[in-house]
Unconditional design. Structure first.
Lengths: 597, 291
């Protein structure tokens, strides 16, 4: 019996391998399994190689997992292009198109056991069953459903739904292909059966969404009334969802002529008193930077989503990386402090987005949500989220008395000034990118500049100690520690589970608030830590370096990095941790020896 | 019942003292704006006045409206966000020729094709004044400036032709040399229900050429009315606009006789049509329910 299965499939664009993955995750979500699906494509817009990984589990999952349990290759050339994204090992069951002519003991995957390899005449079987080989992907679903004992009824219903628009012939063809696959697998059982157990607890149907979907929905929940943006991979789905939904709530989406206009319109909407947002990826952030500075000095609430991809420049637009942290924190001229938050999963994108709007409104500041392609575009099952536990904040408005003699940038106890908006009688002021006195009047005085800089920094001071923005997990007394953020934090959460199972004492810190650095939380966490890793998917290790800039990081805490588009898997981190433990123990022993007189 | 007191031009004048050089054309522009706003009669707090960067972009601060002196070239995007967030506001946009036709040039055509009810006033002085006398996108070919020591090698942009050809529904030109005329075209631009553009030949006394000064304007300017131009005549307007730089025409080049619906009116209609389909906010995640 199996409880946690990772299936990886690859083919060329027209093979429908990604749509097979979507059918599969949809079916298992309906049956209450926890599941997660990532897609990966070559650079081509249509055609070219495409792949997906679907992880199905009886327990909650936080990452797309390690080596594949099932690998499906419609052709070898495309499959191999994905390299470590579709890693196979000794326990991987490999299914491939027999027509490729490769003998089962000669497949180009070193380490796979021949007994686990199935050369299936995918095209021929599909043609026999359906009259065309276009339904190959449904045949693959039939194979998997039979071998895994998984979701047969839901998959059949899913096929009916998915192809209903294409006519009855297509539906019937796909159903026949599915049954043919199912029958073939039943006749060719696995050497080691892998039937999935039922999900634990009472299986409840899950929500199914990707991070971009959830971010957009959370924006609506938080009261976002305006979105201005420009299409860019991998964040466009946020604008797409909002452009379907936001009108229903009296809001508007504007697809701007460029990235600058996108953020410009959002700043305008915020100036006019509405909650506003823009979304982009790295290159777009580069372009938006000047207007982010404007929002900071004009003290306007604004939420900016950056879904990170491989960089610099165009980099790898379709694949995940965590290399925009420095940009998020520091890309601006002048002294600027701009909160940066990162979600760690699809579900977490909801609370992080609501929090971003709350921080933006409360502190009258732009807030950057630093998501990544992995979270933004992976489909994940979610348990229903209880939205009643979320507070939605609005900006501090001036009272009638304050409007009698309104001072827009008035120094207050908390350095946050009540903010008016056009239409509000008595509240007129000059908003500006130019330095200004409390009244809003432009000023080139050094004294005014120093005072306003102080205001803009001090108002954000409480954020660093706000609860709920840093998560600490595991054994509080552990000397071995992990720090991670974004999608890679999910990998580290799975490392924690493995470590527990192996009796390794370990703790994990995951910051939702990346910047300003919540120093106190880190200092408390570092107490007693003798070794550890800051795990992130970038070449430089930007969080590690950021922490060293602001904190006394214990000497034994090292950087664990891997460039984007190279997945970090729990086993990789665990292996490094074990090395660290080994060195730690030998150091302890060395110390003991040198203590001996 | 007594009528509300009329809003005189001074109601729109703020306490800030302009930074402009004595004799700058922009003094005339702001006066014309006070007069136009007074005729329109909307109170200052219902007006949002957005600008970019440059001498002329200081102008919102000299009014009592809500002002936003933003960043170089981005007044139009910001103004569009303001308008969509609150379509009931009267939204004015202002800037110089550099702001509108150089660094922010990419935004103009898009603002026009969206056709929001905005009034865009460009103070065109053919030179960069704030940065002390460099070449501008409307500088004439051959102009010697601190960045074109041997004369400009580029043809100037023609703002009137560009805006007309992009489809603006209202296009006019004025000069502070004719204050009543300038106030009148600004007022008419505000009243036009859609994107309206006013090019103001606003002399730079410090870096401008002699033939661009008010005295020269007075001698050269020709009202389009005196030429019997019919502002409904789009093709004639295009033709007249090609004389930019040679002739100083004042008045309305083009006013679309049947203005198309504004962007914000279409949005209001869409919002009204879809409102009943909204999930309650607290149930927004039902969007992702699997049956």
């Amino acid at each position: 019996m199996a409880r946690d299965i990772v299936i990886g499939m690859a083919g060329s664009g027209g093979d429908g391998i990604v749509s097979a993955g979507e059918s599969l995750i949809s079916a298992v979500a309906g049956e209450g399994f926890h599941a997660l699906m990532t897609k990966s494509f070559g650079p081509q817009i249509r055609g070219g190689e495409s792949s997906c990984r679907v992880r199905v589990s009886t327990e909650p999952v936080f990452s797309s997992g390690g080596s594949l349990d099932f690998a499906v290759a419609l052709n070898w050339e495309d499959f191999l292009k994905f390299g470590s994204e579709l890693k196979c090992g000794g326990s991987t069951v490999v299914v491939y198109e027999a027509k490729t002519g490769v003998e089962p003991d000669k497949i180009p995957l070193p380490g796979v056991l021949p007994a686990q390899v199935f050369a299936v005449p995918l095209s021929d079987l599909t043609k026999q069953a359906a009259g065309t080989d276009k339904a190959k992907n449904s045949l693959v679903l039939g194979l998997l459903s039979s071998w895994l004992g998984l979701a047969r009824g839901s998959l059949v219903k899913g096929i009916e739904r998915r192809y209903s628009k294409k006519g009855d012939d297509v539906v019937q063809g796909n159903l026949k292909a599915f049954e043919a696959g199912f029958a073939w697998a039943t006749e060719h059982p696995l050497t080691k059966p892998m039937t999935m157990e039922a999900p634990t607890g009472t299986p409840t149907p899950k929500l199914l969404a990707d991070g971009n979907d959830i971010t957009a929905a959370a924006a609506l929940f938080a009261g976002c009334q305006f979105f201005g943006g420009y299409p860019i991979t991998p964040s466009s789905e946020v604008m797409q969802l909002l452009s379907r939904e936001i009108w229903k709530y009296g809001g508007a989406v504007l697809q701007a002529e460029d990235e600058i206009a996108g953020v410009g319109t959002a700043v305008g909407a915020s100036f006019a008193g509405k909650k506003a947002m823009t979304a982009t990826s790295g290159p777009g952030m580069d372009l938006k930077t000047e207007i982010l500075g404007l929002a900071s000095i004009a003290e306007l609430p604004l939420v900016v989503l950056n879904v990170q991809r491989g960089g610099p420049s165009t980099g790898i637009p379709t694949k995940s990386e965590q290399s925009d942290l420095f940009q998020a924190c520091f890309s601006a001229h002048g002294d600027v402090l701009r909160p940066v938050l990162a979600p760690t999963s699809v579900a977490d994108s909801f609370s992080v987005t609501v929090e971003a709007f709350n921080i933006a409104e409360k502190y009258q500041t732009p807030v950057i949500i630093l998501s990544d392609q992995e979270i933004a575009q992976r489909k994940e099952t979610l348990d229903p989220i209880d939205t009643s536990k979320f507070v939605v904040e609005d900006r501090k408005k001036p009272t009638e008395a304050e409007l009698e003699k309104y001072v827009r940038f008035a120094m207050t106890d908390d350095f946050v000034s009540p903010i008016s908006h056009p239409g509000m009688k008595g509240g007129a002021y000059l908003g500006a990118g130019i330095e200004h006195a409390e009244s809003g009047a432009p000023s080139a005085s050094g004294a005014v500049h120093a005072r306003m800089n102080e205001k803009r920094f001090k108002k954000l001071e409480p954020l660093k100690s706000q609860t709920g923005l840093v998560s600490v997990e595991g054994d509080p007394a552990a000397e071995l520690a992990l720090i991670s953020w974004g999608s890679v934090a999910g990998v580290c959460r799975e490392v924690m589970a493995h470590a527990r199972a192996e009796g390794l004492r370990l703790k994990l810190l995951v910051p939702t608030l990346l910047y300003p650095v919540p120093e106190a939380a880190y200092h408390a966490f570092f107490t007693g830590v003798r070794a550890g890793l800051v795990v992130e998917q970038s070449h430089q290790g930007q969080l590690y370096r950021l922490l060293r800039m602001f904190l006394d990081v214990p000497k034994g805490v090292a950087s664990f990095t891997r460039s984007g588009a190279n997945p970090i898997q729990p086993a990789d981190v665990l292996a490094r941790l074990k090395e660290l433990t080994f060195h730690l123990q030998s150091r302890v022993e060395d110390a003991r020896r040198s203590d001996t007189p | 019942m007594t009528a509300a007191p009329p809003l005189g031009p001074n109601v729109f004048k703020s306490e800030l003292k302009p930074i402009w050089c004595p004799g700058c054309g922009d003094y005339g522009v702001v006066q014309a704006i006070y007069r136009a706003l007074s005729s329109i009669g909307r109170p200052p707090h219902e007006i949002a006045f957005i600008s970019g960067i440059g001498c002329s972009s200081r102008i919102p601060g000299y009014t009592t409206a809500y002002g936003f002196n933003s960043v170089h070239g981005r007044a139009l995007p910001i103004a569009q966000g303001v308008k969509l967030a609150n379509p009931d506001l009267l939204v004015l946009v202002a800037g110089g020729d550099g702001d509108g036709f150089s660094i922010g040039g990419g935004h103009v055509a898009h603002a026009i094709r969206r056709n929001m009810d905005l009034t865009y006033i460009v103070m065109d002085n053919q030179v960069y004044g704030l940065t002390k006398g460099q070449l501008s996108p409307t500088s004439p070919r051959g102009l010697k400036t601190v960045t074109s020591a041997y004369g400009s090698l580029e043809a100037p942009i023609n703002p009137l032709l560009q805006v007309l050809s992009a489809g603006a529904g209202f296009v006019a030109q004025g000069t502070p040399a004719d204050m009543p005329g300038l106030a009148a075209v600004i007022e008419e631009a505000i009243r036009y229900p859609g994107f309206a553009f006013v090019n103001v030949q606003s002399p730079c006394v410090t870096y401008g050429e002699d033939d661009q000064q008010l005295r020269a304007h007075k001698a050269r300017m020709k009202s389009l009315k005196s030429l019997s131009h019919d502002p409904k005549d789009y093709l004639k307007a295009l033709e007249l606009s090609t004389h930019y730089g040679l002739e100083l025409y004042t008045g309305v080049f083009y006013r679309n006789p049947s203005p198309p619906p504004t962007y914000e009116a279409q949005i209001k209609a869409r919002q009204a049509e879809l409102a009943e389909k909204a999930l309650p906010r607290e149930r927004i995640l039902d969007l992702f329910k699997k049956e």
